[in-house]
Design a protein around this ligand. Structure first.
Ligand SMILES: *[C@@H]1O[C@H](CO)[C@@H](O)[C@H](O)[C@H]1NC(C)=O
Ligand SMILES: *[C@@H]1O[C@H](CO)[C@@H](O)[C@H](O)[C@H]1NC(C)=O
Ligand SMILES: *[C@@H]1O[C@H](CO)[C@@H](O)[C@H](O)[C@H]1NC(C)=O
Ligand SMILES: *[C@@H]1O[C@H](CO)[C@@H](O)[C@H](O)[C@H]1NC(C)=O
Ligand SMILES: *[C@@H]1O[C@H](CO)[C@@H](O)[C@H](O)[C@H]1NC(C)=O
Length: 392
């Protein structure tokens, strides 16, 4: 994959698209080239976009999480900011508060229902004993469903400072609804002793459950959707170190695991096409984050990165990843060793074996926000426009 060329090509496509829209489609009010001025973001997902949900409810990341940017653990499973933080920042909005965080939160410009370790389908076991978040996508939807009327009740009944912490009523229709979830459904299968083929066979069911939630959120008034597909899970140390004998591709990623992710993305893309037919007033953008993330593994040097398959903050083996996690300690020959950060996290891709570094998140955000990896190919700040026909 030649990344810059394809980016350029797609950007040209965007311009062409925009010009065509101006030329032929202006009379239709839904076709417009204006920026969207999203007043709020409502996000659903897993650790790729959790800004403090799991930390407030079950398990909080410890130092050195957050070191790079916040200089303290900030509820994010990263050394710094996540893609969702860069999205909020670029739309001129504050970082979105986790819905589950009862301390110091401000929902005036959105809420984040994502929690780390969340799945789309009900998880096989839940934290802290089991492996997954109890707040799977159906629960995140339920929380949003309750959130919406309660915020309006508080705005009207409580007033004052309480009102100023709640979104305005029309923000729910005007907001950007973002999604980044699905990777843990595959992980649950892979680590639950299912074969790769068995996990692959569960994909249509997982994607159906995703679609149901998008539809339910639409029914509550959401109109602009920004849906990330899932990344190349087979390039992450937690998969690589656990499935040492899995076939590797040219860049050292575990090929069969990435193939399941690709199949998930293919079904997700089909589901989005169907959702556009079923939800006529929605503008739904499908974002191919897989390709952007994969370019960090296929051409790390080209983009200023190194050792993409090795965790920056981990311990042991080829991938610097084992059961001893980032921020924990291990005794080796009577000496206590703290699992801290590597030295140059700004040129590293993987932070802790599962999650990306802030540097990688920034790179990914820069690529996806242009629209070059979106279908339809609109930039982030134009994602409220329904620029496709229902047959797109
Ligand atoms: C909540 O955030 C908004 C936007 O940043 C700000 O205008 C408002 O004052 C904040 N409310 C409180 C109580 O801090
Ligand atoms: C998977 O199989 C191994 C070996 O048979 C067993 O030790 C482990 O508990 C199983 N894991 C799950 C999640 O079923
Ligand atoms: C997953 O299933 C699809 C549809 O049956 C198939 O085309 C694909 O090859 C499968 N992938 C893997 C890795 O099993
Ligand atoms: C621990 O001690 C053993 C025996 O002295 C030695 O072979 C091994 O390399 C040491 N391990 C580490 C990580 O230093
Ligand atoms: C592996 O993790 C340790 C922290 O335990 C870190 O000091 C080291 O730099 C990491 N190794 C690499 C190659 O990044």
């Amino acid at each position: 994959m030649d990344f810059p060329n394809s980016t350029k090509f797609q950007i040209q496509q965007v311009s062409l698209f925009v010009i065509l829209s101006i030329a032929t489609l202006v009379p239709n009010p839904v076709f417009s080239t204006n920026q969207c001025a999203f007043p709020a973001i409502f996000n659903f997902g897993d650790s790729n976009s959790d800004t403090g949900g799991l930390a407030a409810s079950i398990i909080a990341p410890k130092p050195p999480y957050g070191d790079t940017y916040f200089h303290r653990p900030a509820g994010r499973f990263s050394d710094g900011r996540l893609i969702i933080d860069f999205i909020a920042q670029s739309l001129g909005l504050p970082y979105i508060s986790a819905y589950l965080d009862s301390l110091g939160t401000n929902f005036s410009h959105g809420a984040n229902f994502a929690t780390s370790a969340s799945t789309i389908r009900p998880p096989p076991s839940v934290l802290p004993e089991g492996g997954f978040s109890p707040f799977y996508l159906d629960v995140q939807y339920t929380q949003f469903r309750e959130f919406k009327p309660r915020t309006q009740f508080i705005r009207h009944q409580a007033g004052g400072i309480f009102a100023s912490l709640m979104p305005q009523k029309d923000y729910f229709r005007k907001a950007l609804y973002t999604f980044d979830i699905g990777q843990n459904d595959l992980g649950a299968g892979f680590f639950g002793n299912l074969s790769v083929q068995q996990v692959n066979a569960t994909v249509p069911d997982i994607v159906n459950a995703f679609s149901e939630n998008v539809k339910d959120i639409y029914d509550l008034g959401a109109r602009s959707f920004w849906i990330h597909n899932i990344g190349p899970i087979g390039c992450l140390p937690y998969i690589l170190a656990s499935f040492l004998s899995a076939e590797r591709d040219a860049y050292g990623c575990a090929k069969p695991y990435n193939e399941v992710a690709q199949y998930f993305n293919q079904k997700l893309k089909e589901a989005v096409v169907q959702l556009r037919r079923n939800l006529p007033q929605a503008a739904i953008t499908y974002v191919d984050i897989y390709s952007v993330k994969y370019s960090l593994f296929s051409h790390p040097k080209k983009y200023g990165f190194e050792l993409p398959l090795v965790a920056c903050c981990g311990h042991g083996g080829k991938y610097n990843y084992s059961s001893v996690g980032c921020g924990e300690s291990i005794e080796v020959n009577g000496t206590e060793i703290f699992v801290g950060s590597c030295e140059r996290q700004s040129v590293r891709v993987n932070w802790d074996g599962i999650h990306f570094t802030e540097a990688a998140a920034k790179f990914i955000f820069d690529q996806i926000s242009s629209g070059a990896f979106s279908e339809p190919p609109l930039p982030l700040n134009m994602a409220c426009h329904k620029t496709y026909t229902n047959n797109y």
